[in-house]
Design a protein around this ligand. Structure first.
Ligand code: HEC
Length: 169
């Protein structure tokens, strides 16, 4: 059971990783475009025109960057740094606290992956954001060794998945 859960959460991480690759190529395209257009700030999500949608995607990207930072240490690609992990968890909690207000306006964009049920079940949506916040906050300061990273990724990752599987395309 435990093994199954761990592989689920690493799948989630893997999904986010694919999105990162996509984001990277979008960034490159956007960079090229912005050089032609003499620079707008819209590097990460070039196709998105709605500013509320852009803002909430940036919150998600920031959260995801923190998960990747922890993930790179878990995979041994980066040196273990307890302080950096704990700051990342604090950042995840702080960004998650903003999720409900970021989604309060029913903003739509063809590039958005947000499902309309967010706005018909906003309490449930908010509840899931609070869960990410609470778990990240509880784990911040508890990481002392590399062995803590897997469980941290698993526990936080489950809360991402809980929201994404319900409220994201
Ligand atoms: C309360 C719900 C909720 C929680 C919790 C949540 N997300 Fe999201 N996330 C969304 C929704 C909805 C979208 C789609 C937004 C859109 O496209 O308009 C999204 C989009 C994303 C994206 C894509 C952003 C982009 O640039 O298009 C990433 C990456 C992401 N989430 C990572 C995470 C990670 C990692 C966590 C957990 C640490 C997490 N999310 C927690 C609801 C949530």
């Amino acid at each position: 059971m435990r093994a199954a859960q761990t592989s689920l959460s690493s799948m989630e991480l893997h999904n986010e990783q694919n999105e990162e690759n996509e984001t990277m190529s979008m960034k490159k395209t956007a960079l090229a475009l912005s050089m032609i257009a003499l620079g707008t700030a819209a590097l990460a999500h070039s196709g998105v025109t709605n500013k509320d949608v852009m803002a909430r995607m940036m919150v998600m990207s920031t959260i995801s960057d923190q998960m990747k930072l922890i993930g790179s240490m878990a995979k041994g690609e980066a040196d273990f740094d307890a302080e950096a992990v704990n700051s990342a968890l604090i950042e995840i909690a702080a960004q998650s606290a903003q999720i409900p207000s970021m989604f309060e306006t029913k903003a739509l964009d063809p590039k958005s992956e947000a499902l309309p049920s967010i706005w018909t079940e906003f309490d449930s949506f908010t509840q899931r954001a609070r869960e990410t916040e609470a778990v990240a906050e509880r784990l911040a300061g508890t990481v002392t060794g590399p062995d803590d990273l897997g469980p941290v990724l698993h526990q936080v990752g489950e809360t991402c998945k809980s929201c994404h599987s319900t409220f994201r395309k």
